[in-house]
Design a protein around this ligand. Sequence first.
Ligand code: SF4
Ligand code: SF4
Length: 387
Amino acid sequence: MGKVKVAIVSCKSYGYRELREAIARSLDLIGGLGAVMRKGDKVLLKPNMMASKPPEKAINTHPAFVRALFELIRDFGAKPVIGESPGGAIFGTKRVWKNSGMEEMAKEAGAEIVRLESSGIVKVKPPFGKKLKEFYIARPVLDADVVVSVPKFKVHGTMLLTGAIKNFLGTIPGIHKIDFHKAAPKPDEFGDVLSDILSVIKPKLAVMDAVTGMDGNGPTFGRARDVGFVIASPDCVALDAVAATMMGIEPMKVYATKHAARKGLGVADLAMIDIEGVPLSEAKIPDWKPDFISNRTVSRIPRFLLKLYGWGFRAYPLLNERKCKKCGECIEGCPTGARFLDNQVPKVDFKKCIRCLQCFEKCRNRAVRLKFSYFAKQWLKSQAGGI
Ligand code: SF4
Ligand code: SF4
């Protein structure tokens, strides 16, 4: 097996010209867009949109970064769209698109936004699935000819790194994501299920926004700081291995990277990676300060206690009958058939509901509300980065 390429290119700002040139160069260094897609291909760009926060907080992939990549792919002749099922679902996902600046950017660039919580689902059985033998993934992700991970360069207090692999948790619709945390409460187990998502998606490209990044208590409450790079690779595992090394983290200590590499989904061994552009020794960040206190805490809690916590972790879509116009749209749109009419009133069969949130997002009359258990509310608030 030949070596995998990872390109590191200097980029000091989100100024459009500099950004576009840096991303274009990073792609050239790994063989060009022609190596991973053809003209006319449907391409899904998956940015990291964790919270309803502006770009300068460095929580989400910067919209200018997504725009430059989107336009390069469009100019190449493929058909890119931007898809995500963002964090912050507890407060509604529309505000994440708006407050992150992604909605305005998409309008200016003429880019289509695909809301992955309300665009259909597919039940999948990952080939190595141990903790989750099957789960649901947003249909447009599997319908795309090419999926591109567009992550942010960030520490993850529990999982160590939130990179190209972990970014794909956002392809799981709505708060069906909670089922992953319940099935795999320990960081190592969660890394395993993240690699299962990767095994189903089979992305062909990852381009990381490392112009600014986050150390400290990431992925939401850390310190935003200048990093100054674009990192690109056809291999998500290799890209994450390089990003971890730049942060001073041993790649195989990153749970998702370890499991993905062991399943043969990519390369984490630096000896098997050709770095193009800026040498890795120069790209390492000497004063990078990750805070892994939540990893140490969660690692010490016995599994049965985490499981217990998971049982108390509930979320439901409920009906506000006063507001409901009985239009039936939520029933037609429910991907699992969990919603049904009972005496003209929409009801939910919670055994079938996967909490994709399609009904919540789609109801124009705001007649679907979300009810969360105490634990679920606290966790979702922390994921959303607060209100
Ligand atoms: S979409 Fe909203 S208003 Fe229409 S039936 Fe469903 S809950 Fe009622
Ligand atoms: S009732 Fe249907 S549409 Fe609503 S969250 Fe559950 S599965 Fe999704």
